[in-house]
Design a protein around this ligand. Structure first.
Ligand code: AMP
Ligand code: GLY
Length: 423
């Protein structure tokens, strides 16, 4: 079977790495891909949201399965585009319908879904420019810190957590009236602050059944000790040591099952990943957010632990027969450490030559922002390369990732040396 992966980050290199190992995969394409995917697949320079170019590629290359990495094409309706097209309707698309993707595309939609299905989450209210004064009054009823969320997609930057009530009011005004995050902040969700430690759970559903993949914890801030600006993610650890059996049972019963059953009840077509961001408050899990795709860099730690053939798993999603699957998981810990360009997540330079990749042998190298320039690999983004290692516990695995990063070089390379500090 010919397969296409959409995207160009470490997550997509990891998908490609797993898919390329499957005997069921004949030719693998990645659009647009990076220097890492170029080694194991055919990169095609197409944007992930150019649906007509994607259609041409799928038809021309007789592609039977499309794995959608990022959220943008899902929120724009790529699954519906395939389902409605006579030439594409039999292609298995891993990723939900446009309606299902609203779980990530609109914070308000997600909160309403959570409340309809009695899934534990923070109390909230949402506001528009017309109700900005009500929003300010609502803030007065809460205690600091104040959580303001742009309703729409804002590239991971749309959440503000503020200590000061006056600042919270003026940021609310900025978001609603001055469109601080463009159309994404035409609506703002104000939420109760939840105090606890975060973790993520990944579910793959065929719309009827589901399997729960390993948990992971990512490190979003640029600076050590979780300080400084938010990034896409500086590394991840899987499994999360504090997610013991009792806690996982709560997650399954109170969150995962009602989520999948809620989608079924509401006739929402959903074949793909659900990435549930959780916070452990006391002994209980609460949902912070849904994403309708895998996480990056969580994928680089989670998927290498999945021993079950990934293409087989995706075929079961297509046939709605995930109930026939016994997921096999590597019981060791996996860690991934992201190297980034100096300056990221603010301005940074691209085009720096990366050396030392070939000297890494006992860890897995997943490319993120890289590209080929002649026979050189150069940086092409903020997050550049993730190094994944396995060991019996996360500390040993991390040590191995860090030792291997020492072999890697590019101008102004930076990475966090303190992953797992909070565990
Ligand atoms: P989100 O985009 O909704 O995941 O929010 C981004 C980050 O903001 C989360 O990963 C949390 O660290 C933090 N956050 C979001 N909502 C809350 C909340 N209600 N209480 C505390 N922290 C939150
Ligand atoms: N690492 C967080 C995300 O993928 O959204």
């Amino acid at each position: 079977m010919n397969i296409l992966v959409l995207g160009s980050g470490g997550r997509e290199h990891t998908f490609a790495y797993k898919i390329a190992q499957s005997e069921l995969c004949s030719t693998l394409f990645v659009a647009p891909g990076n220097a890492g995917t170029a080694n194991i697949a055919t990169n095609v320079p197409i944007s992930v949201t150019d649906f007509s170019a994607i259609k041409s590629l799928v038809v021309k290359e007789n592609i039977k399965m499309v794995v959608v990495g990022p959220e943008d094409p899902l929120v724009q309706g790529i699954s519906d585009y395939f389902a409605k097209d006579d030439q594409l309707k039999n292609v298995v698309v891993i990723g939900p319908s446009k309606e299902g993707a609203q779980l990530e595309g609109s914070k308000e939609y997600a909160k309403e879904f959570l409340f309809r299905h009695n899934i534990p989450t923070a109390a909230y209210q949402s506001f528009t420019a017309a109700t900005v004064d009500d929003g300010k009054q609502f803030l007065e009823t809460l205690n600091a810190p104040y959580v303001l969320k742009a309703d729409g997609l804002a590239a991971g930057k749309g959440v503000l957590i503020l200590q000061d009530i006056e600042e919270a009011k003026s940021e609310l005004e900025n978001m609603l009236t001055n469109k601080k995050f463009g159309a994404a902040s035409e609506k703002v969700v104000i939420e109760e602050f939840l105090d606890g430690i975060e973790l993520s759970v990944f579910v793959l559903t065929d719309g009827k059944n589901y399997v729960t993949l390993p948990t992971a914890k990512d490190y979003k801030r640029i600076g050590e000790g979780d300080t400084g600006l938010n990034t896409g993610g500086m590394g991840a650890i899987s499994p999360v040591p504090f997610a013991d059996e009792v806690f996982m049972r709560k997650i399954e019963e109170q969150i995962v099952k009602p989520t999948v059953e809620g989608l079924i009840q509401e006739n929402i077509d959903y074949k793909g990943f659900i990435f549930i961001g959780l916070i452990k408050v006391g002994d209980d899990p609460k949902v912070i957010e849904y994403n309708v795709r895998m996480g990056d860099p969580e994928t680089e730690a989670v998927l290498p632990r999945v021993k079950t053939d990934l293409v087989t798993l995706f075929q079961h999603v297509g046939d709605q027969s995930l109930d026939k699957v016994d997921l096999e998981i590597d019981q060791r810990s996996a860690t991934t450490v992201m190297t980034v360009s100096g300056g990221y997540p603010e301005a940074y330079e691209k085009g720096k030559e990366i050396t030392g990749i070939d000297s890494i042998s006992d860890a897995i190298v997943f490319h993120a922002g890289t590209k080929l320039e002649g026979d050189k690999v150069v940086t092409n983004g903020g997050r550049v390369i993730a190094i994944t290692s396995f060991d019996e516990d996360f500390k040993k695995a991390l040590k191995n990732s860090y030792e291997n990063i020492e072999k890697l070089h590019f101008d102004k390379m930076y990475y966090r040396k303190d992953l797992g500090f909070d565990l």
